[in-house]
Design a protein around this ligand. Structure first.
Ligand SMILES: [Zn+2]
Length: 182
C-alpha cells in the first residue's frame, strides 16, 4: 500500500516537472494514432448516446444563466458574424424558417385571438398605422421612417403588440441602435 502511494506521489511530481514534455508526447501520440483515437471516441459516443445527452441537458440546466450571458457577450462581440450566419441559415433552410415563423406568429397571435396568418396581417396594419401617426418620420432623427418599433417587446407582451400606443416609427440606423442584439 505504502509503495503504491509513494509511486503515485512520485508520478505526480514527475508530471509537474515535465509538464511541457508530456504535453508534447501526448500530442505526438495523438497525431500518430489520430484515426484510431477518433474511432474510439466515436464508438464511445455511439454507445453512450443517451447518457451523454442527459449529461449535457443537466449541464445546460445547471448553468443556464452563465450560458445565456456567454451567448449575449458573443453576439455583442461578433455582430457581423452572427448576422451573416443567420442569413446563411435562412437561405439554406427555408423550411425551418417557415416552421419557426409559424410557431412565433402562433405564439404571438394566440393572446390576440388571431391565427398566425391573421396576426401577420394585423401586425402589418399596426406598423403602417404607427408610421402614419408619426407622419412617416423617424422619431429620433426625423429621417424617413422605415420600421415601426415596439416599445414594449412584442415577444414578451404579445397582448400589447397591436396597440398603436406601443409603437414608434424609426429609420433603419436608429432601429439598429434600439436593439442591443443587433
Ligand atoms: Zn432615425
Amino acid at each position: 500500500m505504502r509503495d503504491l502511494e509513494n509511486k503515485r506521489r512520485l508520478d505526480k511530481k514527475y508530471q509537474k516537472s515535465h509538464k511541457e514534455e508530456i504535453k508534447k508526447q501526448k500530442h505526438e501520440y495523438y497525431l500518430k494514432n489520430q484515426e484510431e483515437i477518433k474511432n474510439r471516441v466515436n464508438n464511445y459516443r455511439q454507445e453512450h448516446l443517451e447518457e451523454i445527452k442527459e449529461k449535457k441537458k443537466k449541464y445546460r440546466e445547471e448553468h443556464k444563466e452563465e450560458i445565456l450571458e456567454k451567448k449575449r457577450i458573443y453576439r455583442l462581440e461578433n455582430k457581423d458574424k452572427v448576422r451573416e450566419g443567420k442569413k446563411r441559415h435562412r437561405l439554406a433552410y427555408p423550411e425551418m424558417k417557415l416552421a419557426s415563423d409559424i410557431r412565433y406568429l402562433t405564439k404571438l397571435g394566440f393572446p390576440n385571438k388571431l391565427s398566425p396568418f391573421a396576426y401577420r396581417h394585423a401586425l402589418t396594419a399596426w406598423s403602417k398605422t404607427v408610421k402614419k401617426l408619426g407622419h412617416g418620420l423617424c422619431l429620433v432623427c426625423d429621417n424617413p421612417a422605415t420600421i415601426s418599433h415596439h416599445i414594449i417587446h412584442k415577444a414578451k407582451y404579445p397582448g400589447l403588440s397591436l396597440n398603436v400606443n406601443n409603437g414608434i416609427p424609426l429609420c433603419d440606423p436608429c432601429h439598429y441602435d434600439s436593439h442591443e442584439w443587433n
